[in-house]
Design a protein. Structure first.
Length: 188
């Protein structure tokens, strides 16, 4: 059972524009897919209007179906000895994670594939995500890695350990921006 999306994505418009352009879709084509008009998509991208959190999630699901063909990248993440995972950057849909990350999350290595991890974000993760806009993350092709600390959070499907998190943007072969997330646990 997936949690109801309570919080929207920070910088939704910039995030949407980057993803829409990366997959080569015009605003009007996206509007047709979503059953809205092109001006609505334009307002979203320009920050004039902001859809409800559940609609934001639906927009990203429509725009970026989870079908990564980058088997080498996925294999590198899955087989890494580091505690890492890979998410689609706009929606935070989990694409792959290492066995070490699965242990850290206290889950199997496949349980969260295709699930948006945004619903499990700690306050510190939400804050770091909100800071990306002011740091120019969404305006740059290859922004600098973002490092920050987070506290522990325990959910029914995942446990997030307290520690440092580092975000780095990569691109899939089809141009979809993804985020490699690595981190180290704080020893208790």
């Amino acid at each position: 059972m997936e949690l109801k999306q309570v919080h929207g994505y920070p910088a939704f418009g910039k995030r949407l524009r980057r993803l829409r352009r990366s997959v080569g879709l015009k605003q009007s084509a996206l509007a047709d897919l979503l059953g809205v008009d092109q001006t609505t998509v334009s307002r979203w991208e320009n920050g004039v209007q902001r859809p409800a959190p559940d609609l934001q999630r639906s927009v990203f699901k429509t725009l970026a179906p989870v079908s990564p063909n980058d088997s080498a990248l996925k294999r590198l993440v899955v087989n890494s000895t580091e505690c890492i995972h890979l998410v689609e950057e706009a929606s935070h849909i989990c694409l792959a994670y290492s066995a070490s990350r699965a242990r850290d999350w206290n889950t199997s290595q496949n349980a969260l594939l295709g699930v948006s991890l945004w619903q499990f974000a700690t306050d510190e993760i939400r804050q770091a995500e909100a800071e990306l806009k002011d740091e120019g993350w969404w305006d740059q092709q290859m922004p600098r890695p973002k490092a920050f600390l987070t506290s522990e959070a325990v959910h029914d499907r995942i446990r997030i350990s307290a520690g440092e998190i580092i975000w780095e943007r990569l691109y899939l072969a089809d141009g979809t921006p993804v985020r490699l997330v690595s981190g180290t646990r704080v020893s208790a």
